[in-house]
Design a protein around this ligand. Structure first.
Ligand code: NAP
Length: 215
């Protein structure tokens, strides 16, 4: 499985505010670029922290990109994945609507009542790990369900864990021309190499030495 992380951060390296409120970091050209990345992925993954903070939809906006997917025999939208050890995703979260398949990856400690509620709300519950979601196991479970290209959209905790587990192949970071500040605001790593998009820069990295040897 090919795993790529895409995120947008402020000029001072923050993904959002210290209250984990979403901030507009990029602009229309970058939104279009992210839409194309989504359209190229089999699934788009976020942590439950992002679902609780932003209630994202994670579908492809551009109808021509959705049409291109269906023309090649794929569903109009990539699958959506929430990494959610105890099943905290609200049953009315936008990510659970009928626009795409949604895998809610829980740990075996997740209560049966939560699993039933999430399945009833349209989620496909996948179990990986004991107390917390084990990310390598989660990726294997997703691969078994046909996910070969996985886009990770955040947030900071899940990105950090994926890097710590050696599971990332590529990282793109948009750096916007805004300062957010706050010692406790979520951040992402710095790096080298950039490309201008809108009035910010885009950092792109190929990660070497993936630990599970994944393709
Ligand atoms: P997050 O990374 O979205 O989710 C973290 C949660 O995932 C954890 O609290 C944990 O909750 C669950 N999880 C389960 N297994 C895990 C594992 N192995 N490793 C890590 N987490 C695991 O949350 P976040 O760091 O708070 O980020 C949310 C913030 O990021 C929001 O403010 C959002 O606006 C921002 N964001 C920004 C961008 C951007 O590009 N700028 C993109 C996305 C999000 P459980 O213990 O309950 O499972």
């Amino acid at each position: 499985m090919h795993v790529f992380v895409n995120a947008a951060m402020s000029a001072d390296g923050k993904l959002s505010t210290r209250r984990r409120e979403q901030v507009r970091i990029s602009g229309p050209d970058d939104f279009a670029r992210v839409d194309r990345l989504r359209a190229d992925a089999d699934a788009v993954l976020v942590g439950v922290g992002t679902v609780l903070a932003d209630d994202p939809h994670l579908t492809v906006d551009d109808p021509s990109l959705r049409a291109a997917r269906t023309d090649r025999g794929d569903p109009a939208n990539p699958a959506r994945v929430v990494v959610d050890s105890s099943g905290r995703t609200p049953v009315d979260a936008r990510i659970l609507d009928t626009e795409a398949t949604t895998y809610v990856v829980v740990s075996s400690a997740a209560a049966d009542a939560r699993r039933t509620a999430l399945a009833g709300a349209g989620g496909e519950v996948v179990v990986a790990g004991d107390d917390r979601v084990a990310l390598a196991d989660a990726l294997r479970e997703l691969e078994a369900r046909g996910v070969e290209t996985l886009m990770v959209e955040g947030g900071g905790e899940i990105i950090h864990s994926l890097f710590a587990a050696g599971l990332v192949d590529e990282l793109s970071v948009y750096v916007g021309s805004v300062i957010v500040g706050g010692r406790d605001a979520p951040t992402l790593a710095d790096g080298e190499g950039f490309r201008r998009v809108d009035d910010g820069v885009l950092l792109e990295y190929t990660v070497t030495g993936r630990r599970d040897g994944g393709e």
